[in-house]
Every structure is written in C-alpha cells, then in structure tokens.
Design a protein around this ligand. Structure first.
Ligand SMILES: [Zn+2]
Length: 94
C-alpha cells in the first residue's frame, strides 16, 4: 500500500478527466473512461443524490463493494464532476 503522494495524483487524475465530463441533466453527468487512467469501461455515470447529499458513480457498483477499495474513497470520476461543477457554476454569473 503506497499512500504517499496519493492526493496529488488524485487531483491530477480529476483534472485530466475534466474535459471528459458531459452534463446529461440536473444532477447527472457522464465521464468518459480512459484506459490510461485505469478505467475498465468507456463511460461512467455520476449522479448526485440530493437527499443523501452525496455523489455516486457507476464504478462503485454494489457487487464490487467488498472487492474494491474504491467504494469508500471518492473516485476520480466523482472528483472530476465536482471540479466540473466548480468551473461551470461561475458561468451563470455572466
Ligand atoms: Zn467512479
């Protein structure tokens, strides 16, 4: 287990994904998968669950809940969506 430098590379991965984020509708986004970032699928669906106030990603599927370490951690797909929302929120001000 290598923890060192994890958060920085996490942010870098999220930033790389930023251009791959497409907003589908309110509280739903699609993030294109990138094999170079360790993605298995060509696209991931991220949704924001308002009543739980949290993001869910299709890479955090229940059947993989106990096999992967990804579930508890914020995945970089969700990270990219959060970045995307930070960038695009300001656009409404113009
Ligand atoms: Zn994900």
């Amino acid at each position: 287990m290598i923890k060192k430098g994890k958060s920085l590379s996490f942010i870098k991965r999220c930033r790389k994904r930023l251009r791959d984020v497409v907003k589908v509708k309110e509280n739903m986004w699609i993030v294109k998968g990138r094999p170079s970032l360790g993605d298995w699928y060509s696209a991931y669906i991220v949704v924001y669950i308002e009543e739980k106030k949290r993001y869910m990603c299709s890479c955090q599927s229940p059947e993989r809940a106990f096999s992967g370490k990804r579930r508890k951690e914020l995945c970089s797909h969700v990270g990219a969506v959060i970045l995307y929302n930070m960038v695009h929120r300001n656009e409404h001000a113009y």
